[in-house]
Design a protein around this ligand. Structure first.
Ligand code: HEM
Length: 319
């Protein structure tokens, strides 16, 4: 017992490793200028775990999970704690033809469940607590499309890390002790030109993605010239080590208004890895040869967050 005080308090991450579900809500908000806004947000985030319990108990098989990400602009006011080393606002990436736009957002709530009603109910209770402390920038409801396909028709999420490589690629560790157990998040809301995409042959589409459409089998990397989406998003550091990210993309849309989209969400231990992916997609490798997926996909948003550990969140209110 005597040396208990020397032991480190265990750091519990948020549920960043929760599985892909049938339904997900992506809620991005900014803080309003009301005098109490920051306090209200702080106490809501500190109580997020009990808010989650209110709904998750109502169907334990529904795999409820909510992770919250905090944006760079609000970090200091909200936490008064050291900034995660890499945290900054989303930096626009300008290619010759396509631009990854940067859009505002102080908080991201990534809400997941097998049941749409559970996502809905959690968001309802959350918004009740936040009240006029926030204004909504974007709310996107994603759904499972057949065997985890995006609306371009391809299986999406295959190359994600599994098992012990999830925390290794997603959670900050000893390299930044005050951010330990946390994860950087980048989101982009894309809409697709589905008629244009439909004019391509299946073979052309497969070359763009880098996998076959029906069987989801990986194609070889191009030796030169135009690279596939898969190849452009394979990132190695200077030592030749490959760095994965965790993607929980969801389709969204409304055929009645001809809206067809993919909500991209990437979790990473190293923000630079996702930034490098965006540069390779939008500027191209070599520059000029951008990711052809972008000729049929346009990002409407682009925002970066940091999802601190659950322990960090729970202690937010304790000063
Ligand atoms: C792979 C779709 C945007 C990063 C894939 C695959 C598909 C896909 C179908 C192949 C299967 C798989 O491994 O999941 C899309 C769509 C997007 C999109 C529809 C939006 C229009 C992005 C963005 C990034 C990204 C913005 C990063 C900034 C990756 C990575 C892989 C991948 C890392 C795995 C590469 C590998 O095989 O190692 N994506 N993606 N994707 N995508 Fe995307």
């Amino acid at each position: 017992k005597a040396n208990m005080s020397n032991q480190r308090v265990p750091i519990e991450p948020q549920r960043v490793d929760a599985p892909l579900t049938q339904s997900a809500t992506f809620l991005v908000v900014t803080a309003t200028k009301k005098p109490d806004s920051i306090n209200t947000i702080r106490s809501t985030l500190a109580g997020l775990d009990s808010l989650a319990k209110n709904v998750s108990i109502r169907d334990l098989s529904a795999q409820f999970a909510c992770t919250v990400g905090i944006g760079s602009d609000i970090w200091d006011d909200l936490t008064s704690l050291p900034r995660p080393a890499e945290l900054h606002s989303f930096r626009e990436v300008k290619g010759e033809k396509h631009i990854a736009v940067s859009t505002p957002g102080d908080l991201l709530f990534h809400i997941r469940s097998e049941r749409r009603d559970i996502c809905f109910e959690f968001e309802r209770q959350l918004m009740n607590q936040l009240g006029d402390a926030v204004s909504v920038v974007d709310e996107t409801v994603g759904f499972r499309y057949f065997d985890v396909r995006d609306l371009l028709g391809f299986v999406d999420g295959t190359a994600n890390p599994v098992g012990p490589s999830v925390p290794a690629s997603v959670l900050v560790a000893g390299e930044d002790t005050s951010a330990e157990g946390g994860s950087y998040i980048v989101v982009q809301k894309y809409t697709h030109d589905l008629p244009g995409w439909g004019h391509l042959s299946t073979e052309q589409q497969e070359k763009i993605i880098g996998r076959t459409k029906i069987d989801n089998v990986e194609l070889d990397d191009a030796e030169s010239g135009q690279r596939s989406h898969k190849t452009l998003n394979t990132i190695e550091d200077e030592n030749g080590e490959e760095h994965d990210i965790l993607r929980d993309n969801m389709p969204f849309g409304s055929p009645g208004s001809a809206e067809f989209g993919t909500y991209f969400i990437g979790y990473t231990r190293r923000l630079w890895v996702i930034e490098k992916m965006l540069e390779r997609m939008f500027v191209g490798d070599p520059p000029g040869l951008h990711d052809r997926i972008l000729d049929f996909s346009k990002p409407l948003t682009g925002t970066t967050f940091f999802a601190p550990s659950a322990s960090f969140l729970a202690n937010l209110d304790s000063e």
